[in-house]
Design a protein around this ligand. Structure first.
Ligand code: NAD
Length: 337
């Protein structure tokens, strides 16, 4: 896309990924940006004052029309979501995000939007393909026959189909990425919607600051995942939007770790060693999941490659500063101490 290619709408701009996307678009020279979220502005993780910021509830059709007027490109990153603790206990809320994507697609059609990006998720994948920790990475075709994560995953799969049919029937160039566990600074790290990397950073920091050298881990710690650093997510999102890829594609790292290994890395960054307890009753999601990146390598000649250790260090540092911003000692620990 060239930087004069028309107004860009970022939905969910007050959230984690949307906030980073707006910041990156500005860095790349795009100036005609409309940023929309339902949250009060003071709760946005990042707010760029040089763009048009609107507070709208995008489940509402007229709000989607307000947001989409004069727009050439839509990034839909707005959804009611969180980590496993949230999505396993709020299935109806997660499914209601279908209203956002549906009304946005209808508005995009009405206002002749050129390109439309939808943020889907690895939660669309069939649960039966994710029952062991020793995983075979998930290929795009593994989403069918469909048996996704209940609630959140079904909404994502349905919305992918809506995007597909709006492309086939109405000619909107819809693009879809299936994100695999995104993490980084300027995101949720407490309150119940946080995901594993941020939650573990927070718990390690809490243990460090309180002197109570213990950590509770959800599950038995041997479940496996891959985690994608936010910079890779933002680049991949823009590249997928600009591509000819009409089918949903994985956007994730394939650096597989157990949750115990994730804790090892964060402990090392924090310079502490904690006594681990395992909460086997807590929500833990599928047993193992990794991203097969064959297609993204083939079509984009690129894949997310930020090392988990490097991304976690930046994330830990940001969360540490947030938690410690009351004015106590904000200096980072010396590594390995
Ligand atoms: P986030 O919760 O930080 O951001 C989502 C934003 O959408 C929030 O700021 C929220 O206020 C906004 N929103 C929710 N309902 C809205 C509404 N009705 N109207 C307007 N705004 C509304 O989440 P995120 O991590 O930035 O995720 C962005 C997208 O990526 C979501 O669609 C999510 O499902 C998808 N995704 C994220 C991950 C991940 O690991 N973060 C993984 C897979 C998919």
């Amino acid at each position: 896309m060239d930087t004069n290619s028309g107004k860009i709408l970022v939905c969910g701009a007050g959230g984690f990924i949307g906030g980073h996307l707006v910041a990156d678009l500005l860095k790349l020279g795009y100036t005609d940006i409309r940023a929309v979220d339902q949250k009060p502005f003071k709760e946005w993780y990042q707010q760029a004052h040089e763009v048009e910021n609107l507070r709208l509830d995008l489940q509402d059709k007229s709000a989607c029309e307000r947001a989409s007027r004069d727009v050439r490109t839509v990034y839909n990153l707005a959804a009611d979501m969180g980590g496993m603790g949230f999505i396993e206990n709020n299935r109806a809320l997660c499914m209601l995000s279908v209203l956002i994507n549906t009304h946005l697609l209808m508005a995009a059609q009405k206002f002749n939007v050129d390109r439309f990006f939808y943020a889907s998720s690895a939660c669309v994948y069939a649960a039966e393909k994710q029952v062991t920790a020793d995983v075979v990475a998930l290929k795009e075709a593994d989403a069918y026959p469909a048996m996704p994560e209940d609630g959140y995953g079904w909404e994502k799969l349905f919305s992918e189909r809506m995007c597909r049919h709006f492309r086939e029937d109405f000619g909107i160039a819809t693009r879809m990425a299936r994100y695999h566990n995104v993490y980084g600074p300027f995101g949720t790290y407490d309150g119940g919607r946080e995901k594993a990397p941020a939650a573990i950073c927070r718990k390690v920091i809490q243990a460090k600051l309180s002197g109570k050298r213990e950590i509770e881990i959800w599950g038995d710690g041997s479940q496996t995942r891959s985690f994608m650093y936010i910079d890779d997510c933002v680049k991949g999102t823009q590249d997928i939007l600009a591509s000819d890829l009409e089918e949903p594609i994985n956007l994730g790292s394939n650096e597989l770790v157990t949750i115990n290994q994730l804790v090892d890395i964060v402990e090392e960054i924090g310079g502490v060693k904690l006594k681990r307890t395992y909460n086997l009753k807590a929500p833990k999601g599928v047993r193992g999941r990794n991203s097969d990146n064959t297609l993204i390598r083939k079509y984009l000649g690129w894949e997310p490659s930020t090392k988990l250790r490097d991304g976690l260090e930046k994330t830990y540092r940001w969360i540490y500063d947030q938690m410690n911003s009351a004015g106590a000692d904000t200096t980072m620990p010396v590594l390995g101490v």
